[in-house]
Design a protein around this ligand. Structure first.
Ligand code: C2E
Ligand code: MG
Ligand code: MG
Ligand code: MG
Length: 282
């Protein structure tokens, strides 16, 4: 497997197509093996209140350290996983692993932490996998309370399978699990979807935040989203906060929670619990 930089010459030989396919195939083969061998791991990014800095949860994000390529970005391997169907076993692993980690944290802390971990769930998992069965099994095997979990579903996944989505959301609610609509603002982003899907949290995509400090329109849009969400009792989480200016703006807009490098990068298991203990002390 070669990285893009090393294959710059392929255009000259006009074998670009074959090469892209080959690369994808070998990434897929490697990913399948990585999932089987337990070579993936999760990192945890705090989701917190920008007002008091208290952590309310973490988002679990998959990482892959390829044995020869080094770290491969989720932006690269998640699409491969979705196209190949590997997202189903990967998604199952992510749920199991994050529950395992929470129980490890509880043990370390000596009490049940009042936080939730958010796990990304792809459209294919909604359709192909019996998500309800999976969650029920995990709850039975681990004894984890549904109140420790949030599922992140993208706006586009929800829209692709609206009926299935609504039914899954209702079942998850019965189990105490909350639902976030992820990447809001990257798809069609009609505010009317907020009424259609009985979601608990709305994650405003990083692309909005990038221009927040300069762009009056971005502020106006974020204000409209926040006020609509609040009318529907949906909490807003703003992604990708990198600067104090951005933090101040989202606080002025009354957004509920924030996530971003300004507060913390995604952290390994041990650093995440340490960060939690430091932030939520007293
Ligand atoms: P996402 O679910 O929207 O996750 C947020 C992404 O934004 C993460 O990228 C996170 O590291 C990044 N991020 C957070 N704060 C900042 C910031 O302040 N600045 C910048 N530049 N980036 C920030 P990551 O970890 O690379 O993941 C990318 C995407 O891959 C995720 O987007 C999610 O869609 C997908 N993904 C990751 N893990 C999983 C998984 O276990 N299952 C599924 N289905 N998808 C996953
Ligand atoms: Mg997410
Ligand atoms: Mg997101
Ligand atoms: Mg995003």
């Amino acid at each position: 497997l070669k990285r893009a930089k090393e294959t710059d010459h392929v255009e000259v030989y006009n074998v670009g197509e074959a090469s892209v396919l080959q690369k994808r195939f070998s990434l897929e083969t490697d990913l399948r093996r990585a999932i089987d061998n337990g070579d993936l791991h999760l990192v945890y990014q705090p989701i917190l209140s920008p007002y008091n800095k208290k952590i309310v949860g973490f988002e679990a994000l998959a990482r892959w350290n390829h044995e020869t390529l080094g770290p491969v970005s989720p932006a690269e391997f998640i699409p491969v996983a979705e196209e190949s169907g590997l997202i189903v076993p990967l998604g199952r692993w992510a749920l199991e692993s994050s529950v395992h980690t929470q129980q490890q944290w509880d043990k370390q802390a000596g009490y049940t932490l009042p936080i939730r971990v958010s796990v990304n769930v792809s459209a294919l998992q909604l359709m192909r996998d019996n998500l309800t069965q999976l969650i029920t099994d995990i709850k039975k095997q681990t004894g984890i309370n549904g109140e420790r979990l949030t599922l992140e579903l993208t706006e586009s996944a929800l829209m692709r399978y609206p009926e299935q989505s609504i039914s899954v959301i209702n079942t998850m609610h019965e189990l105490g699990i909350k639902i976030s609509m992820d990447d809001f603002g990257t798809g069609y982003s009609s505010l009317s979807y907020l009424k259609t899907f009985p979601i608990d949290h709305l994650k405003i995509d990083r692309s909005f935040v990038t221009n927040l400090a300069e762009d009056k329109t971005a502020i106006a849009i974020t204000r409209a989203i926040t006020s609509m969400a609040s009318t529907l009792s949906i909490k807003t989480i703003v992604e990708g906060i990198e600067t104090p200016e951005q933090k101040k703006i989202i606080m002025d807009l009354g957004c509920d929670y924030a996530q971003g490098f300004y507060f913390s990068r995604p952290l390994p298991v041990d650093e995440a619990i340490a960060f939690y203990m430091a932030s939520n002390r007293n």
